[in-house]
Design a binder for this molecule. Structure first.
Ligand code: MN
Length: 684
């Protein structure tokens, strides 16, 4: 039978792979495990129609490809028989020994019983499902502490389940993807299983947001092509220098992973790749750990390096066992921009891809245990141990809180999950779902973790795990006020675009509504140096004859003009004052259209060597021309206060530069300097 040959093929591929590193007695165990699993799952098919046995075979294959020892491969083949077939744990223990039985038990779903008092049938089902999920995770954690290799099987299992999720309903896809993002991605990350983590993340985005996934894939492919020549030149230059220093090294360019790009965009709001300096990193692979330092010295002797970006993860490995030297170089002849270089040995690369537990699992019993003992991440798991007494659902919440930081998760009414940047509002979320939805968004029904549903407006800041149903109305459209309710650049850009396309004001009008465009009638319009107006400001044009000077509304000059009586007539000829001869007007940035504007920034932080150099580098990068710069350093407290006045050509450059400045090491605060103190509100 053709199908029989097909799954014999998968099995023989596995066996051939195992034969490369296992002894014949171990191969015999793998063969026996396959026989038991094949018989147990016989006649059962997966959602896509293939025989069920293909799934445990694929899980075992993934582990065998990484040369994991026989216990794990055996347990992988048997991992679903206790859960899904009549084969008992006792039987496995009898036939394959306690280690394999324990590994299988660790990945077997925890059975919970329905609470007959938990409301109607649907509520009972939901409650059971939720407790089942939590208890299963709880069980996995306990099993992990006993034998950390359990989680390798669980992650390989999840990886294959996600890869083959295409045939199931969108609801189940979303539920699986959500669980993966909440539990298995952070676990893989903590275990240092780089390859598995990246693939899981990629698959999650593919199921939860296929449009965005496709868009990002295209964007990344384009950028990679664009950068090809520079990448190749850089690889050759690195290799040349290393060879010149007598180092046998391999240089591999590495494109940032799709999900990492996605996450960075959520963090920065920048939906392009232009500013993503670490889009390509260069991995320098050397034979031995000590070669890493030689390679670093060789590269540093050839190019400039950014001191504060140098990281020695060999001296101080990351919690998940990751080791490497990270450095940032710049000053290459044709391509002067900085680029990141990661230097590691082949063994360190293995740890980066697979994590220390998987690497340890290549050793036979006893050998691997010694290798995982004292691993920092295990200490972390043990730190959760005191939480293990908690009810399982609370444990899951506690552990997740520890695993996530800058991202929050929002549920849609259909049970989909979306990750958004912390601080996002209802409006941001609506635009994140779809720009059409954003444009018609009138608010949202938000159900918080307390289970209470509330009606919220555009500017409600979403909380982790809110369930959000965006409300829309056909007669709702973006207005200038929306710009204040949106925090992500994606939403702000979409709103600005809409306002421009529909010729709507991009500044919020006061109660007097639309204001006439008077700037055209002026001989000259310029921005006031006193208050340095910017595009986001409310602008007041103060008229003197045929000239207009534009001030911020808060500026003393604007306030004085606005407070003055409407008449500008001197009353010399005794006439009644001429009404309507106004001295001031609200104006829009677009009608002033200055080709540049001036702004002063106040930076505070800790003084250090090269701080000024790093600051001016950022300014130069965004084409901000320094007009004036004054630094004041209070040396006793190492506190730096820096005033900088710059000329800005494009407002978005200023925004991006400020964001970058905030990330300069030592800088604590960047704010626009209020050159004119806001006029006191004296009116009742
Ligand atoms: Mn499975």
């Amino acid at each position: 039978m053709a199908t029989a040959e097909l799954f014999m093929d998968s099995f023989h591929t596995l066996l051939a792979q195992c034969a490369e590193y296992m002894e014949s007695s171990a191969l015999e165990t793998v063969r026996r495990a396959y026989a038991v699993a094949e018989r147990a799952h016989h006649g059962v098919r997966r959602d896509a129609g293939e025989p069920y046995i293909e799934h445990p075979l694929a899980v075992a294959q993934w582990l065998a490809d990484r040369r994991v020892m026989v216990d794990c491969v055996t347990a992988a083949l048997l991992h679903d028989v206790v859960e899904d077939t009549p084969v008992s744990l006792q039987r496995l223990q009898h036939q394959f020994g306690p280690v394999v039985a324990q590994l299988v038990d660790g990945v077997t779903k925890f059975e919970v019983l329905e609470d007959p008092n938990a409301g109607d049938e649907l509520a009972r089902k939901r409650d059971r499902k939720r407790r089942q999920q939590a208890e299963t995770f709880h069980k996995l954690l306990v099993a992990m502490m006993e034998d950390p290799r359990t989680v390798l099987i669980k992650i390989a299992d999840r990886l294959h389940n996600l890869r083959t999720l295409g045939a199931v309903s969108p609801e189940r896809q979303a539920a699986k993807a959500r669980e993966t993002l909440e539990i298995y991605v952070p676990l893989a990350s903590r275990l240092g299983m780089g390859e598995a983590k990246y693939e899981l993340e990629d698959l999650v985005l593919r199921y939860t947001d296929p449009r965005r996934h496709a868009w990002l894939s295209g964007l990344i492919a384009n950028k990679r092509d664009e950068d090809r020549e520079r990448t190749q030149t850089t690889v050759r230059a690195l290799e040349r220098v290393l060879l010149h220093h007598g180092l046998l090294a391999e240089v591999r360019p590495h494109v940032k992973h799709l999900y990492s790009v996605h996450r960075r965009m959520l963090e920065t709001g920048d939906e392009t790749l232009d500013e993503m300096a670490d889009f390509i990193t260069y991995t320098v692979l050397v034979p031995q750990a000590f070669d890493c330092y030689d390679a670093m010295n060789a590269l540093h002797s050839q190019w400039h390096q950014i001191d504060r970006r140098l990281r020695d993860y060999i001296a101080r490995p990351k919690l998940n066992g990751y080791e490497a030297i990270h450095t940032t170089l710049f000053g290459m002849l044709d391509y002067p921009d900085p680029f990141d270089v990661h230097i590691r040995s082949f063994a360190m690369q293995d740890i980066a891809d697979n994590g220390p537990v998987l690497v340890a699992a290549r050793h036979t019993s006893g050998g691997w245990r010694a290798r995982v003992q004292g691993l920092e991440w295990l200490t972390q798991v043990q730190a959760w141990q005191h939480e293990l007494a908690l009810p399982a659902t609370e444990l899951v919440a506690a552990v997740q809180g520890d695993l996530f930081r800058d991202q929050i998760f929002i549920f849609t009414p259909r049970g989909e999950i979306k990750d958004v940047a912390r601080g996002s509002t209802v409006l941001d979320f609506a635009y994140r779902l779809h720009s059409d939805l954003g444009e018609r968004c009138s608010g949202a029904k938000v159900t918080g973790r307390d289970g209470v549903m509330r009606l919220e407006g555009h500017n409600y800041i979403l909380q982790d795990r809110d369930m959000v149903q965006v409300l829309s109305q056909d007669d709702t459209h973006p207005t200038a006020a929306w710009l204040r309710a949106a925090h992500t650049h994606h939403a702000r850009d979409a709103i600005s675009h809409y306002l421009h396309a529909h010729n709507l004001p991009t500044e919020e009008a006061e109660e007097d509504g639309n204001y006439p465009d008077v700037t055209e009638q002026m001989a000259s319009v310029r921005l006031g140096y006193c208050c340095e107006p910017m595009p986001e400001d409310r602008l007041i044009g103060v008229v003197a004859g045929q000239r207009m000077v534009v001030h911020r509304q808060e500026c003393r000059h604007a306030q004085e003009a606005m407070a003055a009586p409407l008449s500008v007539s001197n009353g010399h000829n005794g006439d009644t004052p001429e009404r309507g001869a106004r001295q001031w007007f609200r104006v829009r940035w677009e009608t002033v259209h200055p080709d540049r504007f001036r702004v002063s920034l106040l930076l505070t932080g800790m003084d250090r060597n090269n701080l000024m150099r790093d600051i001016t580098a950022v300014l130069a990068r965004y084409d901000l021309n320094i007009v004036n710069l004054g630094a004041l350093s209070i040396s006793t407290r190492y506190k730096a206060i820096i005033r900088i006045t710059v000329d800005v050509k494009r407002p978005e450059h200023l925004r991006q530069a400020i964001q970058r400045l905030r990330n300069v090491e030592g800088i604590v605060n960047v704010e626009r300097r209020q050159r004119v103190p806001p006029a006191a509100a004296t009116q009742p």
